[in-house]
Design a protein around this ligand. Structure first.
Ligand SMILES: [Mg+2]
Length: 262
């Protein structure tokens, strides 16, 4: 039997950038009774709390169960776990176990490169940004380009680059301008820039170590498992992967898993 269920977040557990739906929250809570649950995504820690943890709390997860939830933030270059101090949930109890940030020079170089590439190609949509929003965000271990910013509506995001063609062009140009970094397409409008090797393989390798498990113990769910997608490195590692189109597929698979586990 698998010991760890690991998940990409956007488009795998939710509609990109939104909190996980009721059904996924309920299924994850049931899964926490049997499995270590390890979401891994390019998002920031605060986003993991909003999108996953707060929803689980609303649905009645216990602090004991939360000890089996492992947050692999920024593609697993940061790892957080919950240390229960009693029955009441306290967000201050999340402990950051490790962190591998980019240097200031790397952040500056990536930021400059992506902006130049997007401007050149006509994909720099600064005029469409909400107030106070930003296109390029420093997430410590990676720099993330979100074409329409963080606050854009879901529909606008889905419509921006449904076939990934715009982002493929931006990535191709970035690789010419700054080949020392890796660029991965994720979510609906995003590109994550990282130093080579700081992708989900890095996160997964640390997950194996932190949770003391083997590759064969993990079942991974992701929507971008094609070459160039941000879930592809996990497939390449030889970890059993279920490719999903949306959280509905994930819910379907989890119901199946719980059907033979509970
Ligand atoms: Mg995804």
């Amino acid at each position: 039997m698998k010991k760890v269920l690991s998940f990409d977040i956007d488009q795998t557990l939710n509609i990109a950038k939104t909190p996980i739906p009721d059904e996924i929250a309920e299924l994850l809570i049931r899964c926490l009774n049997f499995y270590e649950i390890a979401p891994i995504s390019g998002q920031k820690f605060e986003q993991f709390l909003i999108q996953i943890v707060d929803r689980l709390i609303e649905k009645g997860v216990t602090t004991k169960q939360l000890e089996h939830l492992h947050l692999f933030v920024a593609q697993g270059t940061q790892y957080y776990r919950y240390k229960s101090t009693g029955d009441n949930y306290d967000a201050a109890n999340w402990e950051r176990v490790y962190n591998f940030p980019l240097t200031d020079e790397q952040v500056a170089k990536i930021t400059e490169t992506i902006e130049a590439a997007a401007r050149e190609l006509g994909y720099w949509e600064a005029d469409k940004l909400a107030e106070g929003d930003e296109i390029i965000e420093n997430r410590l271990s990676q720099v993330t380009f979100s074409a329409l910013g963080q606050k854009a509506g879901t529909e606008a995001k889905y419509a921006w680059d449904p076939d990934c063609k715009k982002r493929e062009k931006i990535v191709a140009r970035c690789k010419e301008l700054a080949p020392e970094f890796d660029y991965e397409i994720g979510g609906t409008t995003s590109i994550n820039a990282i130093t080579p090797g700081m992708n989900k393989v890095f996160g997964m390798t640390h997950l194996l170590e932190e949770l003391s498990v083997e590759k064969a113990d993990i079942l991974y769910f992701g929507d971008m498992t094609q070459p160039g997608g941000n879930d592809y490195p996990v497939v390449q590692m030889g970890i059993d992967t279920i490719t999903v189109r949306s959280h509905e597929d994930t819910a379907y698979a989890l119901r199946g898993i719980l059907g033979v586990t509970e």
